[in-house]
Design a protein around this ligand. Structure first.
Ligand code: FES
Length: 81
């Protein structure tokens, strides 16, 4: 599974680097490093709704460090075997 984190300028100012680092830590904590790859993406086209991430083909907008745990549970944990 690929998780793309937008580092376009709008998402960047909303904290996408911190979100990316937190995501990586959560993946390592759940021992999913071999199954989930975190990558960067440039603008995913939803700047006003950022931070925007893409989990395989599923676009998720409005990601914040506050809701990251729920986003991770819903879009990543539930989809890995
Ligand atoms: S900068 Fe992230 S969606 Fe445009």
């Amino acid at each position: 599974m690929d998780v793309l984190v937008c580092i376009g300028s709008s998402c960047h100012v909303r904290g996408s680097y911190e979100i990316m680092n937190n995501l990586k830590a959560m993946i390592t904590e759940k021992d999913l490093d071999s199954q989930v790859q975190v990558k960067v993406a440039f603008c995913l086209g939803y700047c006003k709704a950022g931070v925007t991430i893409k989990v395989d083909e599923q676009l998720v907008t409005g990601v914040t460090k506050e809701n990251l745990t729920e986003v991770f549970d819903e879009y990543v944990l539930k989809k890995v075997d």
